[in-house]
Design a protein around this ligand. Structure first.
Ligand code: PRX
Length: 645
């Protein structure tokens, strides 16, 4: 291997549950004796009725994916009740509030079981039935996880919407899955600021979505309006019921949750995950990628509004009976040492966070890190976007004292769990490279014509066979599922990412090859932002592209043409920025609004996005072929007025 390889630390190798030889043997079996391998792995989960078949899937024509289809189980039972029986006093959750002086909560598996069972009964009392969709719009408090697991307990399908989305975006997601119930909080607290969640729900529902029940958890004590007949307080609802709430037997292929995510076209898609395969996949990947041990304190910094908060907060760790820390706040509040203060205070042994947080904290220098004891750390993980080698090295050397392994885990909302990573005690690391495929994962690189490329190469990343955690469909639109993921390259799942492969079979993700951008690890469709912009009555046309951003990974650059007679002023730019926040939410706030009289188009009227990307990147020397431009003058003017000036 080349010299930028970092050897697996000796201590990690000795402590590891899985050596490289073990990995190889398991990986080979997972492909060559797949049925037996997966039926064996399925035993990580307690089944009401054990499955007798593993995979039954096809990526052709209809695209039909099933795993463990004759099995029956309950996800909440697996994450909670079974541990409440065997290890009732083990801590399941340690809750660290936004304000460091506020009280930490420590919740055992036994207590969590009782709380979730009450929550389940409260949902039943509100009228929620098996199969109903329940929208969850919550801050990062234990009740957010309770809400998800309470749904799973009674067979309801949750759809968590990130608290950084606006009422408009929330309404779209409630309507799309025809969700008649919402669980929210009076407000959320992040970085010392309140987020008016209940007021946002009220605003979303004012638009007419037919929601019959809203359950509100009191978190901050903020004043909120309660609508008679529709709204109820969580603390009152759970006080009125007992904690005897059976876990409903679910079929392996019954839906567990929907999670909306952005693509290159159209509105966000409701990615649907089912129960059996997802549980096996998250339990397995959690156990291996983090080399999990009983006494670990696992801290994943993701919000439950994203897939990482589903697979590596709510489901994977709890399925393994882990103790995990959840954090309400942000990495830089009250100051930049917060992650490290938490690590010291709670003796965190595994930290899992996003490159954007690492880059932001790296800018503060080593002092905020060094002033806290981090000797409890055993493994560091990253997820969500490509990590630049400089940030990787800072993470390992400064945070990890050059001592602990770093795992760079690549996966997606649609993959349900980790797909590419090194295993911490088994594999050498290569900064910027995610690494090797997880068991059962068969990655492939193809060129733009769909030809497979072998050996060391760069291409479009596809997966050639199904794995248990794979999404099954787009809620209510299977044709879109097929079209989005299986039509680009026949018979293959196309990830939308580009990747390189080295001589040892390690993969490095180079980023999206479609019109999706990744801003601070948040996935966003440029088409969505464009749709939001053109809703404004002074906007004629909009084209949105990403550009490299030192901290966020990518920033949002919007080119906007206005209707005739509208003045292109700084005020209008500010107004459009606000407008996008209102339509989508603060997560989609544009970095730059570039008002322009015209967009570069081909003579047939197609916007030349490639040129817009180059200008946004500041790479105006190599615009490539501009001979098809209808009006070359447009490009010169865009370059001259590029933001920031
Ligand atoms: O582009 C890849 C990037 O995030 C995309 C998936 O986004 P989402 O569904 O929101 O899930 C994020 C958390 C799993 C991918 O298509 N991505 C994710 N992890 C990595 C990554 N890019 C590079 N390296 C990673 N480790």
């Amino acid at each position: 291997m080349s010299d930028d390889v970092v050897a697996v630390p000796e201590a990690a190798r000795r402590a590891s549950n899985c050596s490289d030889a073990d990995y190889q043997a398991l990986y080979d079996r997972s492909l060559n004796d797949s049925e037996a391998f997966w039926l064996e792995q399925a035993r990580r989960i307690e089944w009401i009725k054990a499955p007798t078949v593993a995979g039954n899937w096809s990526f052709d024509d209809r695209v039909d994916i099933k795993w463990f289809e004759d099995g029956q189980l309950n996800a909440c039972w697996n994450c909670v009740d079974r541990h409440a029986i065997t290890t009732p006093d083990r801590l399941a959750l340690i809750f660290e509030p936004d304000e460091p002086d506020a009280e930490t909560r420590q919740i055992t598996y036994a207590q969590m079981r009782a709380d979730i069972a009450r929550f389940g009964n409260a949902l039943l009392a509100m009228g929620v039935e098996r199969g109903d969709r329940v929208t969850i719009y919550m801050p990062m408090v234990p009740e957010a996880i309770y809400a998800m697991l309470a749904c799973a307990r009674i067979g309801a399908v949750h759809s968590v919407v990130f608290g950084g989305f606006s009422p408009e975006a929330l309404r779209g997601r409630i309507e799309d899955c025809d969700s008649r119930f919402v669980i929210t909080a009076d407000a959320g607290r992040r970085g010392g600021r309140d987020i008016p969640l209940k007021a946002n729900v009220d605003a979303a529902l004012d638009g007419g979505a037919p929601v019959s029940g809203v359950m509100t958890v009191r978190v901050t004590g903020a004043d909120v309006a309660m609508t008679e007949g529709r709204d109820r307080w969580y603390h009152e609802a759970v006080a009125a019921v007992d904690d005897d709430c059976p876990c409903v037997p679910m079929n392996a292929e019954d839906p567990l949750f929907i999670l909306y995510t952005s693509g290159s076209t159209g509105k966000p898609k409701g990615v649907l995950h089912t129960t059996g395969g997802y549980m096996v996949w998250t339990a397995l990947t959690f156990a291996y990628a983090f080399d999990h041990k009983e006494d670990d304190i696992f801290f994943c910094t993701a919000d439950v509004g994203w897939i990482t908060g589903h697979s590596y907060v709510a489901y994977g760790p709890l399925a393994c009976g882990a103790t995990q820390l959840i954090f309400e706040g942000v990495p830089n509040y009250p100051d930049e040492s917060r992650f490290w203060a938490i690590t010291e205070k709670h003796k965190v042994s595994i930290l899992y966070t996003a490159p954007t947080a690492i880059r932001a904290l790296m800018r503060e220098g080593p002092e905020p890190v060094k002033k806290h004891d981090r000797s409890s750390l055993r493994i560091l993980g990253t997820v969500g976007e490509p990590i630049n080698p400089e940030a990787w090295r800072w993470y390992r050397n400064t945070v990890g004292n050059s001592r602990v392994p770093v795992v760079d885990t690549w996966w997606q909302t649609e993959t349900g769990g980790i797909m590419l990573t090194t295993l911490p005690g088994a594999h050498d690391m290569k900064p910027g490279w995610a690494g090797l495929p997880m068991f059962g994962v068969r990655p492939l690189l193809v060129d733009n014509d769909g030809q497979r490329i072998e050996g060391t190469a760069e291409g479009n990343l596809c997966i050639s066979r199904s794995w248990p955690g794979q999404a099954r469909t787009v809620y209510g639109d299977h044709a879109r599922f097929r079209q989005t993921y299986f039509s680009t390259y026949e018979g293959l799942y196309f990830t939308g990412d580009g990747a390189r492969r080295d001589e040892n079979g390690y993969y490095r993700i180079t980023g999206r090859v479609d019109d999706v951008i990744n801003v601070s690890g948040h996935r966003m469709g440029t088409a969505e932002i464009e749709s939001a912009l053109v809703l404004h009555d002074q906007v004629a046309e909009a084209a949105v592209v990403g550009f490299p951003h030192e901290v966020k990974g990518q920033g949002i650059y919007c080119y906007v043409t206005t209707n005739a007679g509208v003045d292109m002023t700084a005020d209008l730019e500010a107004e459009l920025r606000q407008h996008v926040r209102k339509e989508i939410g603060p997560v989609a706030t544009p970095d730059h609004i570039h008002l322009t009289p015209a967009l570069p188009k081909t003579r047939s009227g197609k916007i030349m996005r490639r040129i817009l990307r180059k200008i946004a990147e500041g790479d105006t020397k190599s615009l490539g072929d501009t001979s098809t431009l209808a009006d070359p003058g447009v490009v010169a003017s865009l370059i001259e007025n590029r933001r920031p000036a």
